[in-house]
Ligand binder design. Structure first.
Ligand code: P5A
Length: 434
C-alpha cells in the first residue's frame, strides 16, 4: 500500500487517556480508534496484525484436529436459561430485545450454543471425541474497560469446545489443547506460562490461564523461577501420542505457578526459587465435565446403547488482547518492533526525496517486487518524519532510499528489532528480506 493513500493516522503526541505503553502505541501508530468505551475500530494496519495473529491461532487449532466453524454473535436468552447462567451472568451480559420482544443477548462466550448445536446432530459414541472452534467477536460489559484492547467490552476471542465420552478422554483433549496453545504462543514469539487458575463463571475443576509476564499486566502471579529456564518449544511433542501429551503436561505444570485466586501459601512455602510478578492473561482453558451437557440434555448412545452424557471443556485465546500483549513485549521508546510473524507489512520503503527520478524509480521497482508485502512511504514529507513514523509503526525492515544512494542503485536496509543497518544494492536488499 502507498502510505499517501492509506488510513494510518499516526499521532506525535501521547494520548492522555492511555495509561500503558501498548495502548499509547496502538493509538499513536494508527492501529485502532475507540468508538465507544472499550469498543474499537480496527484501522488497516491494526486489522492486518489482528488477522496475522488469528491465522497463527487458526493453524495451530487445525493442527490438533479442531474443526473451524462460525457461530453468531447474537444468541437467544432461552439457551442461557436452560444452563442457569442467564441470571448468574449479571450486568456483564449485554441483553437485547428483538422486535417480537424476545430476549436476546450479545454472546460473551458460546458454551450453551455449541452444546445446543451438538445435541441436535450427534447421537452416537462413535462420533466422539470432537473439538470445534470459532474466532468470533464477544461482548462483555466490563465494569472497567481499560488499557485499550487489553480489556475491551467488544473483543475477538478464539473459543474451542471439546466433547468426550469420559473423564480420561476429556483430559487428553485438555492436554492436546494445552499443546496447541504452547505452540501458538511460541510462534508469536512470547513465553506464556500455564498457571493454575480459578474457573469463575465458566465453571469446572481443572483450569489453566496462559500468562505472559509483564509489569503492566492485570493479573498478580506467583511462580517458580524454573519457568525462566524452561524450554517452551513443544516441537518434539506429538498430539497423537497420549504418553507424549502426558509428559508434556507434567513438564509444563509441575513447577509452581498460580494466579492470585489460586495461590496456595503452603505449596508456595516449598518453592525454593520464588518469583512474584504481574502478567497478561492471553488464554484460559477449562475442563468442566457435564456442567452444560447435563442441563441442556446432551446425551449420545453409548457402547451398550445406554445414554452417555459427554464431558466437555472450553478453551479461549484473547486474539485482540494479544495485539496489545505483543506490543507490551516488543517495543522501545521510538515505537513498536513487530515480530516477523505478525507484522502488518514485512517492510516499509522510505522514499526520502519524492520527485527525484532515481529515488522514485528505485522505490517503484522495490514496491512492485515486494508485491503487497511493503508499505511505501511516498508522502511529500521530511525524512525525519518518515524515519519516526516507520519506527513507530514497527515494520521488521525499513528500506531507506535517498538520492545519493539511489543514483548508484544503493539503499539502506534497517532491521527494526535490532537497529542494525546495512548499505546494499537492491537485489541484495530484497534477498535479505527473503
Ligand atoms: C473459554 C472459551 C472463556 O470465556 N469460554 C470459551 C471460556 N474464557 S475467558 O477466560 O473468560 O476468556 C478467554 C480469553 O479471552 C480474553 N478476554 C478478553 N480480551 C479482551 N478484553 C476482555 N474484556 C476480555 N475478557 C477475556 C482473555 O485472553 C481470556 O483468557
Amino acid at each position: 500500500m502507498r502510505l499517501s493513500h492509506t488510513l494510518v493516522p499516526t499521532l506525535k503526541e501521547t494520548p492522555a487517556e492511555a495509561q500503558i505503553v501498548s495502548h499509547r502505541l496502538m493509538l499513536r501508530a494508527g492501529l485502532v480508534r475507540q468508538t465507544a468505551a472499550g469498543i474499537y475500530a480496527w484501522l488497516p494496519l491494526g486489522w492486518r496484525v489482528l488477522q496475522n495473529i488469528e491465522q497463527i491461532v487458526r493453524e495451530e487449532q487445525d493442527a490438533i484436529g479442531a474443526q473451524e466453524m462460525l457461530m453468531p454473535t447474537i444468541q437467544p436468552a432461552e439457551l442461557w436459561r436452560q444452563s442457569g447462567r442467564y441470571d448468574a451472568y449479571g450486568p456483564e451480559m449485554l441483553r437485547i430485545k428483538d422486535r417480537h420482544d424476545r430476549d436476546m443477548l450479545y454472546g460473551p462466550t458460546n458454551e450453551e450454543m455449541i452444546t445446543d448445536i451438538f445435541r441436535q446432530s450427534v447421537k452416537s459414541y462413535r462420533e466422539l471425541p470432537q473439538m470445534l472452534y470459532h474466532i468470533q467477536w464477544k461482548f462483555r460489559d466490563e465494569v472497567r474497560p481499560r488499557f485499550g484492547v487489553m480489556r475491551g467490552r467488544e473483543f475477538l476471542m478464539k473459543d474451542a469446545y471439546s466433547f468426550d465420552l469420559d473423564y480420561a478422554s476429556a483430559v487428553v483433549s485438555y492436554r492436546r489443547m494445552m499443546l496447541a496453545y504452547m505452540r501458538t504462543f511460541h510462534r508469536l514469539g512470547v513465553n506464556a506460562i500455564p498457571m493454575e487458575a480459578e474457573s469463575g463463571p465458566i465453571g469446572g475443576n481443572l483450569s489453566h490461564e496462559f500468562i505472559i509476564l509483564a509489569p503492566t499486566g492485570e493479573s498478580r502471579v506467583w511462580y517458580d523461577a524454573a519457568f525462566e529456564r524452561m524450554d517452551y518449544s513443544p516441537r518434539a511433542v506429538s498430539h497423537e501420542s497420549e504418553a507424549d501429551l502426558e509428559r508434556f503436561f507434567v513438564q509444563m505444570t509441575t513447577p509452581y505457578a498460580a494466579t492470585d485466586e489460586k495461590h496456595d501459601e503452603a505449596a508456595w512455602a516449598r518453592v525454593a526459587d520464588k518469583r512474584e510478578g504481574r502478567g497478561i492473561e492471553v488464554g484460559h482453558i477449562f475442563y468442566f465435565g457435564t456442567k452444560y451437557s447435563t442441563p441442556l440434555g446432551l446425551a449420545v448412545a453409548g457402547r451398550d446403547g445406554a445414554p452417555v452424557t459427554p464431558h466437555m471443556g472450553s478453551y479461549g485465546v484473547g486474539v485482540s488482547r494479544l495485539v496489545g500483549a505483543l506490543i507490551e513485549a516488543f517495543h522501545d521508546d521510538a515505537g513498536i518492533k513487530w515480530p516477523d510473524a505478525v507484522a502488518p507489512f514485512r517492510a516499509a520503503i522510505l522514499n526520502l526525496k519524492v520527485g527525484d527520478a532515481n529515488c522514485d524509480r528505485l522505490c517503484e521497482d522495490l514496491y512492485a517486487k515486494l508485491r503487497g508485502n511493503a508499505l511505501y512511504d511516498d508522502r511529500e514529507e521530511r525524512a525525519g518524519v518518515k524515519f519516526a513514523d516507520a519506527d513507530l509503526m514497527g515494520h521488521p525492515w525499513q528500506i531507506v532510499v535517498g538520492p545519493r544512494g539511489a543514483a548508484n542503485g544503493m539503499v539502506e536496509l534497517k532491521r527494526r528489532m535490532t537497529g542494525e543497518r546495512q548499505e546494499l544494492d537492491i537485489d541484495a536488499a530484497l534477498a535479505r528480506l527473503g
